[in-house]
Design a protein around this ligand. Structure first.
Ligand code: ASP
Length: 306
């Protein structure tokens, strides 16, 4: 079943953050749940601080995503899922409502893949760079780390378990992180960053590197960030499809988000989630996965869903 929650904002800006959809249910003790909530809130606060100061939606999205990339609990940046070879291959996309996007895949060294995507958007004529080399990273002033720095013990253990063909132990989540924002100037943006999934084939590219699939923004319409089995999001062009349903199909945000999750995820027998904000500042979280991590504001309250 597709579930849907609506976010309201009393401010002239709106922000939603997600920390990934669990493709299967995972057990979480109280301490871990508190840590996930704290991570989501820290990311939300980083983004909202930018918006409250009159900053741009893209700056807010990058600020929020960078916090989650640095938090090893989340599947992005440090602590991301490992490939079948035990290495980390990140991907990320940013997009602004003026139609400009940037993306990176097979990123192995950048501390913040979202900033690589941003550099592609801001400073190149390209849209997607694979395996950015030292020269690219240095030219854009991007911080680098050895690939091992991103690899945590928890992910190593998980990879060993998956390789050994052990049944799902319920302790693990997959995921991705993302943010959507409407700023006080009426501009929309979205950013998404991921390590993919455990034991993914080396060189596999997912929706998080493909503008329109896992991330999309169009001023006057909507900004969308997705998480879940990327193959479904790519084949369903999910993020753009939400936008098209609003712009050309006359649907409202809740109807469009719910319909897309139902058609493209449930309908393909896979699970995932999306967050979106429309041009009027209405936010939505829609998912068909067993679990979902997200944070948004409901009136005066900041809510987390874990
Ligand atoms: N969408 C990501 C991918 O397929 C993974 C996820 O969001 O869980 O790479």
């Amino acid at each position: 079943m597709t579930e849907c929650l609506v976010a309201t904002s009393k401010s002239p800006y709106t922000l939603l953050v997600h920390g990934g959809a669990g493709w299967r249910h995972w057990r979480m003790d109280d301490a871990k749940e508190a840590a996930f909530r704290a991570g989501l809130r820290a990311a939300f606060a980083a983004g909202e601080t930018v918006l409250a100061a009159g900053g741009a939606a893209l700056d807010a999205c990058c600020a929020a995503v960078m916090v989650l990339e640095d938090d090893p609990l989340f599947n992005a940046g440090r602590g991301a899922s490992l490939t079948a070879a035990g290495s980390v291959e990140h991907e990320a996309t940013v997009m602004t409502g003026d139609g400009r996007g940037g993306a990176v895949t097979l990123s192995r060294q950048a501390r913040h893949p979202v900033l690589v995507a941003r550099a592609v958007r801001d400073a190149t004529e390209e849209v997607l760079i694979a395996d950015p080399d030292d020269a690219f990273l240095a030219a854009h002033g991007l911080e680098v780390r050895p690939n091992d720095w991103f690899v945590t013990d928890e992910r190593r253990d998980r990879l060993a378990a998956v390789r050994a063909g052990l049944p799902e132990d319920g302790t693990h989540k997959h995921g991705t992180v993302g943010c959507v924002a409407l700023d006080a100037h009426g501009h929309l943006a979205a950013a998404t960053s991921t390590g993919g999934y455990d034991n993914k084939p080396v060189g596999r590219v997912g929706d998080t590197a493909i503008p329109g699939a896992g991330t999309f923004a169009k001023d006057g319409v909507v900004a969308v960030s997705c998480t879940g089995r990327g193959e479904s999001f790519m084949q369903g062009v999910v993020a753009h499809q939400v936008s098209a349903r609003l712009e050309f199909g006359g649907q409202d945000l809740v109807t469009a988000a719910t319909a897309v999750v139902t058609a493209e995820l449930l309908g393909r027998g896979t699970t995932g989630a999306l967050i979106a904000v429309d041009a009027a500042g209405r936010g939505v979280v829609a998912w068909d996965s067993p679990t979902l991590l997200a944070c948004w504001r409901d009136g005066d309250e900041i809510l987390t869903h874990v």
